[in-house]
Design a protein around this ligand. Structure first.
Ligand SMILES: [Cu+2]
Length: 201
């Protein structure tokens, strides 16, 4: 039960002027490096004050453009289902990866896909191109910094008008060492699962 009580803090991005786009900066890492599960893959989010926070609970204003910058620091693999290599539900159905527009990642090529940012109820899927797991400057403990191997991924989406909690998750079985890779961090809020908590703006 202690495990269930340790919900991460909600980070509030809904304090700006109504209608003004919100900038959200997140990172995905191969190992969080601290806490009860230091070797688990995870998301972190940068608070409006600029501090990296280990949380996947984000208050976002309703009906607002969210401009996401995501630093991907983890290695990857081919996908079991190539469909999740497709970008959809975000502006233009594309992301930029290191400045290049991409609408589909063929995960059999290059470093493969590390994680996805997927919000099933909003029809959003953004595959996150991985870094080379053998890179000399591979990040082994978060928060990772820009001098460490990463891909800079950007995309934008509009939050719905309806307030509520919209679950997001990763669809890459990245829970290394768990049954089919789907346990542990893949099912734990704060790591590879979270909520967009859409509140009135
Ligand atoms: Cu993942």
């Amino acid at each position: 039960m202690a495990f269930l009580r340790t919900e991460p803090p909600t980070v509030n991005f809904a304090t700006g002027a109504p209608g003004k786009p919100v900038h959200l900066t997140v990172q995905t890492v191969g190992a969080i490096g601290f806490g009860p599960h230091p070797d688990w893959v995870s998301y972190l989010v940068q608070s409006p004050a600029g501090k990296w926070v280990h949380s996947t609970l984000w208050d976002l204003p309703a009906n607002t453009m969210i401009d996401v910058t995501l630093y991907e620091y983890d290695g990857g693999s081919p996908l079991r289902n190539p469909e999740i290599g497709r970008v959809y539900g975000v502006t233009g159905n594309e992301e930029t990866i290191n400045g290049k527009k991409v609408s589909l990642i063929d995960a059999t090529q290059g470093n493969g896909v590390g994680h996805t940012f997927s919000v099933p109820t909003l029809g959003i899927n953004v595959p996150l191109y991985a870094v080379n797991g053998n890179a000399k400057n591979f990040c082994n403990a978060s928060p990772c910094g820009l001098s460490e191997a990463h891909n800079t991924i950007t995309f934008s989406f509009r939050t719905p008008k309806a307030t509520g909690q919209y679950a997001f998750q990763c669809f890459v079985p990245c829970g290394l060492g768990w049954l089919y890779g789907n346990g542990g961090p893949m099912q734990t809020i704060g790591y590879m699962d979270g909520f967009l908590k859409v509140v009135s703006s």
